[in-house]
Design a protein around this ligand. Structure first.
Ligand code: NAD
Length: 496
């Protein structure tokens, strides 16, 4: 059955979307318009006003003013909690529109967006609403003053103005994962969505205003990385950058941020291993491993793109995996029969297909998929590659598409060292019925998040981020909140 999208979505996409600075929705000349392309058709479905460098500066100044005037940070913890909770309620009330925008603009499956990403965005605001009233320092007894009477304590402060630079692969959730903890900490924000996927972030902006976030506390400026992204990351008025995107851009931000030594949270790329032991439940594992790479058409930072299968079950496992992969129904996200949607753009599709061609030239074999689907939009078949060597580009580089490389392994020591032989260290999964072995393996894998007998499940309670070149810092959990805080230590001589 094909879902028909709502009147509210039609209205939202039929008007050129302005951007948000200091509580006002501002437009720019048509020459700065950003087209929104539906990846399922290649058609232009909406237009967004693109911000210039001056607009970005105005957004940064508005955030700075609101922070320095303390319009948000001085609200009581309970007042902040109420507003964040209201944002969560509004996200749920507007779930259909938000999910439809994720499908139209980001190529998501409607069901995944409505029942996965939208609730996750709402939960992010609710989770951090709870933390506003529990963000506490501690008291300490000090030794350096001898027996002189002192009262010493620590307290958390918001880090200041935060620039948030988002990727295209999870626009709503990425915006929520950054905005909710930053607002809970008392920060003011400038958000730059990815050029490809601005719509749901702009819609979220409307909900934030409706919930009562004061003007200037959240500003949203769509635009290119080289103009708007650079303006935010270079500005001396911005105290911190929270970035999700590629490792290459993350490295550029280090350079741009050094002027005023901005704090940086970097959620970057991955090439995550899935390790399948011979004692796994084979059918469930085939399904789980396939979901771990093909969900979101592989455009997921934690995608399990390197699969290692223990030699005794390798042939049977690959045969079942290929069969399962060939049965995955690919198509546009509003048809609920479809299990995998399009890639984000023609350029990205060509890049993914290029990786496959290069792998074939180096000796890898396509066991499933490997080709574009000839129809409108940016669709390809989910792909499984075998006869892959550890050193091939396809086994080392992040492809960010529905491409799985499968290799056999003989012993645990071997597979652990191969799994770790990567510049990335974002995620990993182990598939086995032996709990002890699972823990032994995970302890030795250099990854920020690991799963046993599942892959890719996020939760607000579980800190999320990478080892090695997969990033700095964590999102979600208390750790995610503390990324938006500074700590002050106070030593009071109470003999005076
Ligand atoms: P990207 O690095 O190309 O772009 C990300 C954002 O950075 C965009 O908004 C872009 O406009 C902006 N940008 C680009 N150049 C910039 C510059 N010089 N200065 C400031 N901003 C700049 O990444 P992408 O292609 O949008 O996203 C895919 C990447 O994101 C993948 O590598 C994926 O692994 C990663 N990702 C990581 C996580 C995580 O949590 N670790 C989550 C999702 C995506």
């Amino acid at each position: 059955m094909t879902h028909v999208h709502s009147t509210a979505t039609r209205k939202f996409t039929s008007e050129t979307r302005p951007f948000l600075i200091c509580g006002e929705w501002r437009s720019t000349p048509v020459s700065q318009a950003i087209p929104c392309i539906d990846p399922a058709t290649g058609n232009n479905i909406a237009t967004v006003c693109g911000a210039s460098r001056d607009d970005a500066t105005a957004a940064i100044e508005a955030a700075r003013r609101s922070f320095d005037e303390r319009s948000w940070q001085d609200k009581t913890p309970a007042e902040k909690a109420k507003i964040l909770w209201k944002v969560a309620d509004l996200i749920e009330e507007h779930a259909d529109v938000l999910a439809e925008l994720e499908v139209l603009d980001g190529g998501k499956l409607f069901d995944a967006a409505k029942n996965g990403e939208v609730p996750m965005a709402a939960e992010s605001f609710r989770y951090y609403a709870g933390w506003t009233t529990k963000l506490e320092g501690k008291t300490s007894r000090i030794s350096s003053a001898g027996n002189a009477p002192f009262h010493c304590y620590t307290e958390y402060e918001p880090v200041g103005v935060v620039g948030m630079i988002l990727p295209w692969n999870g626009p709503l959730v990425m915006a929520a994962w950054k905005l909710a903890p930053a607002l809970a900490a008392g920060c003011s924000c400038v958000v730059k969505p990815a050029e490809q996927t601005c719509l749901s972030t702009l819609y979220l902006g409307e909900l934030l205003m409706l919930a009562g976030v004061p003007a200037g506390v959240v500003n949203i400026v769509p635009g290119s990385g080289s103009v708007v992204g650079a303006a935010i990351s270079e500005s001396p008025l911005v105290d911190k950058i929270s970035f999700t995107g590629s490792t290459a851009t993350g490295k550029q931000l280090l350079e741009a941020a050094k002027g005023n030594l901005k704090k940086l949270t970097l959620e970057l790329g991955g090439k995550s291993p899935a390790i399948v032991l011979a004692d796994c439940d084979m059918d469930k594992t085939v399904e789980g491993v396939a979901a771990g790479i093909f969900s979101g058409a592989g455009q997921v930072c934690v995608a399990g793109s390197r699969l290692y299968v223990e030699r005794p079950i390798y042939d049977e496992f690959v045969q079942k995996l290929v069969q399962h992969t060939n049965n995955i129904q690919v198509g546009e996200g509003f048809d609920e029969a479809n299990e995998m949607g399009p890639l984000i753009s023609e350029t990205h599709l060509q890049s993914v297909l290029g990786f496959i061609q290069e792998a074939e030239k180096s000796g890898a074999c396509v066991a499933a998929g490997g080709t574009r689907i000839k129809r409108d939009g940016f669709f390809m078949r989910p792909t499984v590659l075998v006869d892959v060597d550890d050193k091939m580009l396809i086994a080392t580089e992040e492809v960010f598409g529905p491409v799985l490389v499968v290799q056999a392994f003989d012993d645990l020591e071997d597979v652990i060292s191969r799994a770790n032989a990567s510049d990335y260290g974002l995620a990993a999964s182990v598939w086995t019925s032996n709990v002890g072995k699972a823990h032994q393996i995970i302890r030795q894998i250099r990854a920020g998040i690991s799963w046993v007998n599942c892959h890719g499940l996020p939760d607000m309670a579980m800190p999320f981020g990478g080892f090695k070149q997969s990033g700095w810092g964590r999102e979600a959990g208390l750790e995610g909140l503390l990324q938006y805080c500074e700590m002050r230590s106070v030593l009071v001589n109470i003999a005076h």
